[in-house]
Ligand binder design. Structure first.
Ligand SMILES: [Mg+2]
Length: 304
């Protein structure tokens, strides 16, 4: 199975190929000999620091335990983390195909099936995924062109028309998850540095940020289409940490993508929290061990 197509891909296929992943990388709690409670002031608010003691050999690579050390920065993914981006993607493609094919006398059902196959083909290639996800409108058009070629359907304007119709339907369906704004408010009020770290098309990501007025919550926003490279590249996370002036060990990254949002930051020492909203659990083939797995952003309550 290929690396995760974060954009526009059926969720049930969304596990990356991690067969050659590095060894598990658990973040060990501080080496303290007993349970300690410490109050201190940091950036104007009081934190309760709980550290649970285990000998180093036992701590190493155990299932992530819910100790808490001071979190100075929280990094968040956008699509399918704060924003329900993928909900209704299959339906949107089907409706777009039906709407555009029926008046022209084309077989919509046949094209819907072909588009589904072309989407898998298109996003399954990691390099194509990387280069095309920053130009989503073009990518969607190419997918329809590929599908039409597959079923030998000729209609000069059809691919672009379907792609535009699909994009409109996606915009209409997008919603913030109910826990998103509460999470942002709470961490903002706690004085924790916040960064939005998102891959993809600059114009589309900015549209989402503007539509839900998210910019005001963040100290840093890094969009792949603007920055030039995307997650899981170390340069992205180093840039974010530098912007927030925090050490990797003082930061957490939360996202739905194991490779981009967990493995990438954990390689630098940032704690990675995998958001598994559907509760499917880690894929059996993965070698990635998130620091913590959560099903909702409300589970971040223990962090600040
Ligand atoms: Mg995501």
């Amino acid at each position: 199975m290929q690396p995760l197509p974060e954009e526009d891909y059926p969720k049930q296929h969304r596990h990356p190929n991690e067969a050659d992943r590095r060894e598990e990388q658990c973040v060990n709690p501080p080496g303290l000999g007993k349970l300690e409670h410490e109050h201190r002031h940091d950036r104007g608010w009081e934190r309760l620091i709980l550290t649970t003691a285990f000998p180093p050999a036992q701590r190493r690579c155990q299932q992530p335990r819910w100790y808490t050390r001071a979190v100075k920065a929280l990094l968040l993914d956008l699509d399918d983390t704060l924003l329900d981006y993928s909900g209704g993607v299959d339906e949107s493609w089907a409706e777009a195909c039906r709407t555009c094919c029926t008046p022209r006398g084309h077989d919509a059902a046949r094209l819907i099936e072909a588009v589904a196959a072309s989407r898998r083909w298109f996003w399954d290639d990691p390099e194509r995924h990387r280069t095309e996800r920053v130009r989503m409108q073009e990518a969607w058009t190419k997918i329809v062109v590929h599908a039409m070629t597959r079923i030998e359907l000729t209609d000069r304007d059809l691919a672009g028309t379907i792609a535009e119709d699909f994009a409109r339907r996606r915009r209409e369906r997008m919603r913030l998850f109910p826990d998103a704004l509460d999470c942002l408010h709470r961490f903002r009020e706690a004085g924790v540095g916040l960064a939005l770290v998102t891959n993809g098309d600059a114009r589309q990501q900015r549209y989402k940020i503007d539509r839900w007025a998210l910019e005001k919550y963040f100290d840093a926003i890094v969009i792949e289409g603007e920055f030039g490279v995307g997650k899981p590249e170390a340069a992205v996370y180093r840039h974010v940490l530098d912007t927030l002036s925090v050490a990797p060990s003082d930061a957490c990254m939360v996202g739905d993508n194991l490779e981009f949002d967990v493995d990438g930051p954990q390689r630098l020492g940032v704690r990675g929290l995998w958001l598994d909203r559907d509760g499917r659990g880690l894929p059996q083939t993965t070698g990635i061990q998130p620091w913590r797995i959560i099903q909702s952003l409300t589970e971040l309550d223990g962090l600040p």
